[in-house]
Every structure is written in structure tokens, then in C-alpha cells.
Design a protein around this ligand. Sequence first.
Ligand code: AMP
Ligand code: MG
Length: 428
Amino acid sequence: MTTVDEHTARILAAVAPTRARRVDLAHAHGCVLAADVRATVAVPSFDNSAMDGYAVRAADVADTSAQTPVVLPVEADIPAGPGIPVPLRPGAAARIMTGAPLPAGADAVVQLEWTDAGREAVAVHQAPRRGLHIRRVGEDVKPGSLVLSAGTVLGSAQIGLLAAVNVARPPVCPRPRVAVLSTGSELVEVGSPPRPGQIVDSNSHAIAAAVRECGGLVRRLVGVSDDAGAFIRSFYEVLAEVDAVVTTGGVSVGAYDVVKEVLTGAGSMRFDHVAMQPGRPQGFGLIEGVPVFTLPGNPVSALVSFDLFVRPALARLRGLPATGLPTLEVTVGTALRSSPGRRSYIRVRLDGPGPDGRYGPRPVAHPVAAQGSHQLTSLAAAQALLVVPEEVTEVPVGSRLTALLLGADSGSILSGMGWTDADVTDDR
Ligand code: AMP
Ligand code: MG
């Protein structure tokens, strides 16, 4: 048997980030920047007013006060917009709006609230210091400076910054396009009533959702039957169009295990028994250079396998460090057993440490009911997967173990939520 760590290492040694390309900002959102971006422009690109008010020479109003205000003639009106304002004459003021270019000669902006808001002439009640309310050229971004470094995830602020420095198509690692293909002659598509012996295909939807949570674009294939010809057609057709393939089912030792039958010997595919529970039969390899993950068919095994093996690989494909689920240290609150020689992933809910501090400061893990590999209710109810090491068979109350946190990225801005299957062919 292969260990979880060996199987993971073999996968990560084979996957590399998607090939960098330039995409427009909407498609860059949530992607990882593939190269440093340096500014070719200054931001702001011209001196401008930070307030609605009056552009003045500070020296002209240095002696003003509320009791004896200095009054200046208003010689121009400068809204935000294109154009170069006429220079400000000494002893005059120009009405100016936020974001409007500062006229040459002005060295301060008096905010509206410090004046009588006059149109022909303005009385200034308070003296501004030189430079007040002026945004100088380049005070946010200097030309030539590093704006964002390679490896940065492009969220809303980063997208805004790229636009501000006029980068319309940043270089990114495009979101990986992932084909999700479930196999099983018993499968029907959700929404159709299953006939006797049939079940609804839940894996392809669960895995598709997991791929989106990892920031991937999904191409979901409706359940493929356990027929070698049908599987070969679906598999090789989609292989040419994607950056990774995830299949479920058909990899155990039974007859009609079509995935294993067809893909044995293809590319660098290897089918292993991994020392884990749930999810023993696993396959991985590169076929025509594309990473192919063949996960077991039981719904919990499929998702747990995804979290352990596909998730870090998709992070790597996206250009991120190949990390899996976040880990946390927990105290076990209910005694449990685990099979020898296999690393167990037990579905648990987490309680707070509790007021008496009996278990120390860590969250307390309790297994949820129904831990069978086919029982999705428990995975849906669990907040974490408790990791019980291979050699441990008895876990007494109070044991300290590591758990993998579930659901941390559902709904994250980094996820590919909102994309539809059709988007796979779009300009990513
Ligand atoms: P297999 O790995 O193909 O032998 O499947 C193992 C178990 O998982 C069987 O009970 C299958 O019916 C079930 N299963 C396989 N694929 C799916 C799927 N896409 N959705 C739900 N259950 C499945
Ligand atoms: Mg099957």
C-alpha cells in the first residue's frame, strides 16, 4: 500500500501552474498574477484637488481670520474633467472641485467649509498651510515602481489598482479548466426519477462544486456508463480541452471498473491502494500531459480524496503554493477507534473549548453520526476531518490531534462561483 504522503508527493511532482497569459480584468479576477507588474505611469498623473473648495496661493490668505477674512476675486471655475486650467494669478482664487487639476501657481486648496462659498469673490475664514488638500503627482504610485508582485491573488483592490495604473490585460495563470466525469451505469442525472437499481449522480455535482471552490472552471460530464467504448469517447474528447480531469468511480477491484480497465497503461497512470479511510483505491497520472485524478465512487471517499489530492494540485495549477485544507489542532471530546495501518479522516463537528477549560484552549472534536463512505449527510454536517495517524487505533478522550477544516473557502471571492460550464471556452 502507498501512504497518503507518497501519493500526494507523486501528484505534486507532476503538476505545474497553467501557462501564463494576458487576460482582461474581469477574467483576471481571482487569478494569480504570473509576473511582477511595474507602473509605467504616475498615480495621480497630475496635481489635483482633494476637496471641493478654492485653489489659492497660501501666502495670499496667510493673515486671514473669521473676524477679518481676506476676500479674493474668483477668476475661474475648475470642474473635474479634461483640460489644463489657466494659471492662477497672484491675489486671485479659482473655484475647484475634488479631482480637478490644480492651476499652475496655486499651492493650497481651501475647503468650501472655510469660506463663504462666494462665486464672484470668496471670503476665506481660515488660513491653509501650503500644500493643503493637494494630491501630488505620483503620491500613490511612482512610475517604474512595483505595483503588484507575481503570486498575488487578484481580488477587488488589486483589480482596481491594475486599472488605476492602466493595465488592461495583466499576465495571470488562467483558472484551470477541469473536466469532472462520473462513471457508473447506475447513475442518472439529478432531477430525473431513478428507476430500480439506479441512483442519482451526486459525485459530479459535489466534485464540480469543490473545483469551483478551488478557483477552477468546471466542465461537468453527465454520468458515463461502465462501458469501455463510452468512457474512452467521453474521456479523450474532453482531455484535449482541459488542464485536469477528475473522474469518480470505477477504480476498485470489481468487474466493470471501467476507469481502471481503460486507463491502465495510459500515460503515467498508476492505480494504487492508498493507506487511508475513506478512499482506498486511487489513481493518478499524466495523460497527454494532463493530470488525471481517478477518485473512488463512494461519495464521501470521492470528496475526501479530492480534498487530500486534487485540492493542493489545483492550487499549484492556479499558481499558488500547493496547500490543501487549512489545519487546526483539536482535542478529541469523544473516544473513538480507527483501523490499523490506515490514516483515518473522521467527520467531526467542533465545539468551543468550553468554560471549564478541561480540554485546554483548543476546539473539541466530536464525530458526527453515520461515518460510512456512502453517507454524505455526515460530511455535510461535519466542520472538519479529524486525522487519526496510521499507527493509532484507540483515541481516548482528551487526545490532541490535527483536523482539516472543511468549508473554509465556500463562497470565497477566490472561488470560481458564478461561472457556468459554458465559460470553459471563454476568454479566461
Ligand atoms: P465504484 O467505485 O464505481 O465501485 O462505486 C462505489 C459506490 O459509489 C457504489 O455504491 C456506487 O453506486 C457509488 N457511486 C459511484 N459513483 C457515484 C456517483 N457519481 N454518485 C453517487 N454515488 C456513486
Ligand atoms: Mg462504479
